[in-house]
Design a protein around this ligand. Structure first.
Ligand code: TYD
Length: 406
């Protein structure tokens, strides 16, 4: 029996994804024997409707000076975050005098650079110092610390309250949501807004995209769970905007209770979530069965291809792929290597299953018969670049929303 991280109600794991390593812990051969693993079990709290990991490695094990994820490597994500920033400036900065924006987990500054370019006061809070350094080099104000209630008080002392606190793909990484929510509520001006977006539970369940679950994602939120997690700290949802990024995300807009008009989107989404069963444990029992089916289909397909003497290369050494590889038990016997654009991942091995990571040049130099699309959330951008692969007869393997070859 565990306690819900949000409301402290008793929860029971409904599923285990087995022994998992640090999802972004790409490593060298001499590090294999020291590799850290934890049992990745998931639970759903029937009281506050929060989907969560029951155990998570320490933050220092995941976010450090060698953190391997750089947001700006994707062209479409740069465009997406520019549009996110423009929405904040146009809808929430109008009529404010010298507004101040704070971004939590600002990574290499992909979003904040848009505020800097428009001369808005801004601050990035980014615990991984290597990615924070990239932002600082671009002139973006960034501190390398973990956000907390204490840090919120320091920021207020130095720069005043924030008109907007924003973050993208960060909130679900923070286990102590109550401390963070308190810190944000304190940091905001009386009518400030909190805007964040995250992979959405509704999409994950609809697509069986269980690869969204890995050590960093301690929560996968829904509107119901966000309402419950922040409502207890005086913030309410004023708008909800579904996004296509990360295979289906939700942008949550919150503000101190009673300070803003509530969009009809909120009622509509809450009703849709009830219809989809996002607040019922039976839905998660079905999700478990879907994950098991997805696993046997994928492993079966890879083994068949191997028997035919053909090659499979993975495309995109995503954090998400760590869950798939380790849950399915897929190693270098089934996948030759994974091609990825991130220099810090190349010439290392994937966490847990130890598949070599190489560059896209290696993929192009000796194209395999099949490419397994781990970065499925970037499919459009990837297909634009990889027309040659398909034209030469190469086939893509998908596993979301179901295992297919195209
Ligand atoms: P992403 O799906 O953004 O995230 P996560 O790690 O959260 O699952 O992963 C992007 C990864 O895919 C990153 O390692 C870079 C790689 N990638 C490529 O190798 N080629 C590409 O064309 C794109 C868009 C990404």
């Amino acid at each position: 029996m565990y306690k819900c991280r949000i409301c402290l109600n008793n929860i029971n794991p409904f599923m285990s994804f087995g022994s998992q390593p640090i999802a972004n812990g790409f490593l060298k051969e001499h590090e294999f024997s020291e590799e850290y693993f934890f049992e990745m079990e998931t639970a759903f709290c029937e009281s506050c409707n929060t989907f969560q990991l029951v155990t998570q490695p320490s933050a220092e094990k995941m976010f450090h000076e060698n953190y391997a994820f750089f947001s700006s490597l994707s062209k479409n994500m740069r465009i997406h975050f520019k549009m996110f920033a423009e929405m904040v400036m146009e809808e929430y900065f109008i009529d404010r005098v010298d507004p101040f924006v704070v971004e939590l987990g600002s990574n290499d500054g992909i979003m904040l650079q848009n505020f800097m370019n428009n001369n808005f006061r801004h601050l990035g809070v980014e615990p991984s110092s290597n990615v924070g350094d990239v932002a600082r080099k671009k002139g973006i104000n960034t501190i390398s610390e973990f956000f907390s209630l204490d840090l919120a008080e320091n920021i207020i002392e130095e720069s005043g309250h924030a008109d907007a606190v924003i973050c993208a793909n960060v909130m679900c990484h923070i286990p102590d949501m109550n401390d963070i929510a308190q810190g944000i509520a304190k940091l905001l001006t009386a009518d400030g807004v909190l805007i964040f977006e995250e992979p959405y539970l509704g999409d994950m369940l609809a697509k069986t995209s269980y690869d969204q679950i890995y050590d960093e994602h301690v929560y996968i939120f829904s509107a119901h769970s966000v309402m419950n997690a922040f409502g207890r700290h005086g913030l309410e949802i004023i708008d909800l905007l579904h996004q296509e990024t990360h295979g289906g995300s939700m942008r949550y807009v919150l503000a101190p209770i009673g300070t803003h008009t509530i969009s009809p989107n909120v009622e509509i989404t809450l009703r849709d979530e009830k219809r989809q069963g996002l607040n019922s444990i039976e839905t998660f029992v079905k999700f478990k069965a879907n994950c098991e089916k997805s696993r046997s289909n994928l492993v079966g397909l890879l083994k068949d291809i191997k028997l035919q003497g053909k090659r499979v290369v993975g495309y995109g050494a995503t954090s998400k792929s760590t869950t798939v590889l380790n849950y399915c038990g897929i190693g270098p016997d089934l996948i030759d290597f994974i091609a990825d654009t991130t220099p810090i991942k190349q010439n290392k091995f994937t966490p847990g299953c130890h598949i070599p990571v190489k560059s896209h040049e290696d993929f192009h130099a000796n194209p395999p018969e099949y490419a397994l699309l781990f970065a499925w959330n970037h499919a459009t951008e990837i297909f634009e670049k990889e027309t040659q692969f398909s034209e030469n007869g190469g086939k893509w393997i998908y596993f979301v929303p179901s295992v297919e070859v195209k």
